[in-house]
Design a binder for this molecule. Structure first.
Ligand code: SAH
Ligand code: SF4
Ligand code: F3S
Length: 476
């Protein structure tokens, strides 16, 4: 059955659910947290059309593959997954069922019509700035003989058109909220400015309204997202342009929003007011992901990061002065074109100087269309491997050391859900460590004081340090 034969959909967003055709949606998400957030919003925008979550692709009337283009083989990985989805689509067609197959995200933006040229069974290709138009695209896919491709950067802002999530939608204790999107930094190695477009910030009122909705539905911790989140410069409610510090302070006023985080930041956008917010806003968690990429000034220049290694050291000093218990995380790239052993040693030195609680490290991978892709001085693969191994070992030691030092500490944990065993609950430390402890599920959504007892492979165990709870247990 072709899509043109599919039964018509009710497309009016305000139409009551009872009159819509019930359909199943399966979203496969790769890439960064923003893609996780976007997948949720695509599901929200399709909900008024009757789409609810499917258990698997085989069970779905529509499958969205939300893709990432950041490192090598991203495109190959997409086509290989599409091959798998094609088999499912064909099997469903043989059983008389239609499946709409959509490719979203950064590979969709970068490859556009190339995707349907190579995979003609794909019905929709949509870039990250067009998700609000998805209902219209689905209608066109049902009508049209050919594929629907939307990879322009529309003049309208998608956030002005995306509907709010339904008031009764399940919401986890922790949530993501995109406040800024796109990037104007053009680091030599990075595709993001091309796939996500220019920097744009949502108005503060819209962010606050979404945050209140998330909290009403049960969120207690919100991570503000942006490719360059601390470049946030949204219209404030007072007519002024607000930076991220101001936005964080306004969010901290929302009752029951217990914790605020933000990622990913750029060292150049760490404004004074945001550093001050780390000292002054208790809800702002003392854990910051602040990628530096390299500790060599030569490489930082080649990467177009536009700061030095010492600028980063000074910035960390200021942040630690503002918030002495601040723990840090970062991203590193080894083997960027032109990187010598001395440059790599400078990165190792920076890591030793700062001390990271956690970090992500990557081998440089040439991305089509980026300045570094054509740059001289390619580092041999074996050398990249060796540098990555050394870097990972140092970062692993620092992470193990940070986690080991948590044992015996008392801190607050946000309880996020039941634990592995009955009678156990799980949560997050201020530093995003997974924590398990004995306790009642009634504590889910609360911040509770604990004492850390033990370090396991990927988590900490703790006991509730909670006088009221101890008394209750003593009485029981
Ligand atoms: N906006 C963030 C990072 C976005 S991409 C920032 O400015 O730091 C996430 C991470 O992927 C980057 O920090 C970088 O370490 C890594 N990365 C990006 N492009 C890469 C490439 N071409 N090769 C290897 N790693 C890359
Ligand atoms: Fe990419 Fe650099 Fe922008 Fe981060 S700041 S998204 S690494 S171009
Ligand atoms: Fe990947 Fe796009 Fe995020 S390239 S890392 S999904 S912004």
């Amino acid at each position: 059955m072709s899509l043109a034969d599919a039964p018509p959909l009710s497309l009016h967003p305000a139409a009551p659910k009872a009159t819509t055709t019930l359909r199943r949606l399966h979203v496969i998400t790769w890439g960064c947290q923003m893609n996780v957030y976007d997948s949720g919003r695509m599901a929200d925008v399709l909900a008024p059309l009757g789409y609810t979550a499917a258990t698997s692709a085989a069970d779905a009337d529509m499958v969205i593959l939300n893709t990432c283009h950041i490192r090598e083989r991203a495109t190959d990985k997409v086509f290989s997954e599409l091959g798998r989805l094609r088999v499912i689509k064909d099997e469903r067609a043989a059983a008389g069922k239609t499946t709409i197959l959509a490719v979203a995200g950064c590979v969709a933006q970068a490859e556009g019509a190339e995707i349907t040229a190579r995979a003609p069974y794909v019905d929709i290709v949509l870039g990250p700035q067009t998700y609000h138009r998805l209902p219209e695209m689905v209608a066109r896919a049902h009508r049209a003989a050919g594929p629907v491709i939307e990879t322009d950067f529309p003049v309208e802002q998608k956030f002005d058109f995306l509907p709010a999530a339904p008031a009764d939608q399940d919401q986890a204790v922790t949530a993501f909220l995109t406040v800024q999107e796109g990037c104007d930094k053009f680091c030599s190695f990075c595709v993001v400015p091309y796939t996500r477009g220019a920097e744009a910030s949502r108005p503060a009122a819209s962010v606050l309204a979404e945050a209140r909705g998330l909290v009403r539905r049960g969120a207690r911790e919100i991570t503000l997202l942006g490719q360059n989140v601390n470049a946030y410069h949204g219209a404030g409610m007072d007519g002024a342009v607000w930076g991220l510090g101001r936005l964080v302070r306004a969010l901290a006023e929302i009752p029951n929003l217990l914790r605020i985080r933000y990622m990913t930041s750029h060292p150049r956008d760490m404004a004074d007011d945001l550093i001050a917010a780390h000292a002054e806003v208790p809800a702002l968690m003392p854990f910051l992901h602040l990628p530096v990429q390299s500790g060599s000034d030569r490489m930082l220049t080649a990467m177009n990061r536009r700061h030095t290694a010492d600028d980063y050291r000074r910035l960390i000093d200021r942040l630690r002065t503002a918030r002495p218990d601040l723990a840090l995380s970062s991203d590193f790239i080894v083997g960027h074109p032109g990187e010598t052993t001395a440059d790599f040693d400078a990165t190792m030195r920076l890591i030793r100087d700062i001390g990271f609680a956690q970090a992500f490290s990557f081998k440089y991978s040439a991305r089509p269309g980026t300045p570094a892709a054509g740059a001289p001085g390619a580092v041999p693969e074996a050398e990249k491997d060796a540098r990555l191994v050394a870097l990972l070992a140092l970062l692993r030691d620092q992470q193990d050391d940070f986690n080991a030092r948590s044992v015996g500490l008392e801190f607050d944990v946000l309880v996020t859900g039941p634990g592995r065993r009955p009678g156990q609950i799980a949560g997050r430390s201020p530093y995003l460590q997974a924590v398990h402890m004995d306790g009642p599920e009634s504590l889910v959504g609360q911040v509770v004081p604990v004492k850390v007892r033990q370090l396991l492979t990927n988590s900490l165990t703790a006991t509730l340090n909670f006088p009221a709870f101890k008394q209750e247990r003593a009485r029981a």
